[in-house]
Design a protein around this ligand. Structure first.
Ligand code: GDP
Ligand code: GDP
Length: 461
C-alpha cells in the first residue's frame, strides 16, 4: 500500500516549499522514471508516521496566455490521475483568484479526495483569504504555512483517514487471496475496519525524563491488551502507537519509547527536546506529564508553553500520585502553581494520576476527550455578535487619543484551536488588556477551558 499525494495549484502559491518540507532530502526523482515527465517532481514524503509518495506540479510559470493555461490544466489533470489524494493549494494572502476557481472545478470533477490548503497563512493577513477559501466548495481549508511549517498537524489529520481507509481496503482484499489464513485470523481481519473506521485522536505524552511517560503508555496498552486480546487494534511503529483506549481510537506519540530506542546513537538531551517538539507539532491534545515530587520544572513549563503557542489542547497530568501523603494540601499547591506559572493555559484540566497503579487514568481519558472537543468547538456568528454586544456594554473599549475604538463585528475563522476575528477601527491601538478581556470572556461564556484561543483584531478597508 502506498499512498500518492499530488500537490496542485497555480504557480507561486508555495507548492515547492511544501514539497521540500514533506520530502526533505529524500528526493527520489526524476525525469527518467516512466510516466513522470520533467514537469512532475516525485519524492518520498513523510508526515509524522505517514509515508507516501508526493507529486509536485511546480515548475510552471504564471499562465498568462492560453497555451500555458492549457499546459497547466493538462499537467494538473495528469497529477490528479496519478494520485490517491490531491492537495489543492491556494495563497491565503492573495485570496481566491479566478485561476484558483478553475483548479477547484477540475478537482471537484476529477478527484475523489481533495484536501484544500490555504498557504502563507502565518499571521492575520491571511484570515480573509482563509475564509474566502470555504467558498471553493472543497470543505474546510487547512490553514498552512509551508515556509514556517505551521498547520502540518491539520494536514496530517486530513491525510490520516485516507491512509487508514486505503489500509483497510488492502486488508479487506487480503483474506480472499490468502488461502492459509485460519479462522481466528480471519475473524480479526474482519473486525479490523470497524475499529479503525473512526479517525484516531492524536495525543502526545510529553514531560521530562523519568516523569513516567513509558509507564503511563504501557499501562494504557496493558489495559488495552486485557480488554481486546493480544495486539488487536494495536500497531506499533517508530513514532506512534495506534490504540483504542476505552473504545476511543487514538494515535499516541510515544516520545519516551523513541528516546529509549535512540539512546545509543544520539545525545539524549538534544533528542528528547526535539522529540517533544515534534510530538507537539503533530498532536491534537498534548498531555504534559509532571512528576508530583518535582512539578513545574523549567522543562515542563517550556513544553507546556510550546504546546499553547502551537495551538494544541493541553491536559496537565500529575503523576506518581500514589506516593503523595498529604494529597489535599498538595493539590492546592499544584493548582496555585499552575495558575501562577502557566496563566496562558488558564482552565486547562489538571488531573492526578498514578501510571503505576492505574488510578486516575479514567479521568485522564475523559479529560483528553473533553479537551479535544473544546479544541474543535465552533460558535455561530450570530451567537458571537450577541455576545460581543453585551461585552462592549459591560466594559467599553478604550479611546486612545480621544477616539474610541469601535468593534463592529466578529466571526470564528477557524477551529483546532478556536480562532476569532474581530473587525474594528484602529486595530493596532487595541491594548493587550482588552483583547485578554475578550479572550477570557469567550473562554468562560462559551465553555472553552484549556484550549488556546486566538483573537485577531482587523481593520476594514
Ligand atoms: P510554487 O510555484 O507553487 O511551487 O511556489 P513556491 O514554493 O516556489 O513558493 C512561491 C513563493 O512563496 C516563494 O517565494 C516562497 O518562499 C513563498 N512561500 C511559500 N510558502 C510560504 C508561506 O507559508 N508563507 C509565506 N509568507 N511565503 C511562502
Ligand atoms: P519516562 O522517562 O518519562 O518514560 O519515565 P518512566 O516511565 O521510565 O518512569 C521513570 C520512573 O518512575 C520509573 O522508575 C517508574 O517505575 C517510576 N514511575 C512511573 N510512574 C510512576 C507512578 O505512578 N508511581 C510511582 N511510584 N512511580 C512511578
Amino acid at each position: 500500500m502506498s499512498l500518492t499525494l499530488a500537490i496542485v495549484g497555480r504557480p507561486n502559491v508555495g507548492k515547492s516549499t511544501l514539497f521540500n518540507r514533506l520530502v526533505g532530502k529524500r528526493l527520489a526523482l526524476v525525469d527518467d522514471q516512466p510516466g513522470v515527465t520533467r514537469d512532475l517532481r516525485e519524492g518520498e514524503g513523510r508526515l509524522g508516521d505517514l509515508r507516501f509518495t508526493v507529486v509536485d506540479t511546480a515548475g510552471l510559470e504564471e499562465a498568462t496566455d492560453d497555451s500555458l493555461q492549457g499546459r497547466m490544466r493538462r499537467l494538473t489533470e495528469r497529477a490528479v490521475d496519478m494520485a490517491d489524494v490531491c492537495l489543492f493549494m491556494i495563497d491565503a494572502r492573495a485570496g481566491v483568484t479566478p485561476t484558483d476557481e478553475l483548479f477547484a472545478e477540475i478537482l471537484r470533477k476529477r478527484s475523489d479526495h481533495v484536501i484544500l490548503a490555504a498557504n502563507k497563512a502565518e499571521g492575520s493577513a491571511a484570515d480573509a483569504g482563509v475564509i474566502e477559501a470555504y467558498a471553493l466548495g472543497l470543505g474546510e481549508p487547512v490553514r498552512l504555512s509551508a515556509e514556517h511549517g505551521e498547520g502540518l498537524n491539520d494536514l496530517y489529520s486530513q491525510l490520516m483517514p485516507v491512509a487508514d481507509r486505503m489500509a483497510e481496503e488492502a486488508e479487506r482484499i487480503a483474506p480472499e487471496t490468502d488461502v492459509d489464513l485460519d479462522e481466528d485470523e480471519a475473524a480479526e481481519e474482519g473486525a479490523a475496519p470497524a475499529i479503525t473506521a473512526a479517525k484516531p485522536l492524536q495525543v502526545a505524552v510529553v514531560g521530562r525524563p523519568n516523569a513516567g511517560k513509558s509507564t503511563l503508555i504501557n499501562k494504557i496498552l496493558g489495559e488495552e491488551r486485557l480488554l481486546t486480546g493480544p495486539e488487536a487494534g494495536i500497531t506499533r511503529d517508530a513514532i506512534s502507537l495506534r490504540i483504542d483506549w476505552k473504545g476511543t481510537p487514538m494515535r499516541v506519540f510515544d516520545t519516551a519509547g523513541m528516546r529509549k530506542k535512540a539512546k545509543v546513537q544520539e545525545k539524549l538531551e538534544k533528542l528528547s527536546v526535539s522529540d517533544g517538539l515534534r510530538a507537539v507539532k503533530f498532536a491534537e491534545v498534548v498531555v504534559v506529564l509532571l512528576d508530583a515530587a518535582i512539578p513545574f520544572e523549567q522543562q515542563d513549563l517550556r513544553i507546556a508553553d510550546l504546546a499553547e503557542r502551537e495551538g494544541r489542547a493541553v491536559v496537565v497530568a500529575v503523576n506518581k500520585w500514589d506516593i503523595e501523603d498529604s494529597k489535599q494540601e498538595k493539590l492546592r499547591d499544584l493548582k496555585e502553581a499552575f495558575n501562577r506559572l502557566l496563566p496562558q493555559l488558564r482552565g486547562a484540566p489538571l488531573i492526578t494520576v498514578s501510571a503505576k497503579t492505574g488510578r486516575g487514568l479514567d479521568r485522564l481519558h475523559d479529560a483528553i476527550l473533553r479537551a479535544h472537543d473544546v479544541w474543535n468547538r465552533r460558535v455561530t456568528t450570530a451567537a458571537l455578535n450577541r455576545w460581543l454586544t453585551a461585552m462592549l456594554e459591560q466594559h467599553p473599549p478604550p479611546a486612545p487619543a480621544g477616539r474610541r475604538i469601535k468593534l463592529r463585528y466578529m466571526t470564528q475563522a477557524k477551529t483546532r484551536p478556536p480562532g476569532f476575528v474581530v473587525m474594528c477601527s484602529q486595530p493596532d491601538k487595541m491594548p493587550e488588556s482588552y483583547t485578554r478581556y475578550l479572550v477570557n470572556g469567550l473562554r468562560e461564556d462559551f465553555d472553552m477551558p484549556g484550549t488556546p484561543i486566538r483573537l485577531t483584531m482587523r481593520g476594514q478597508g
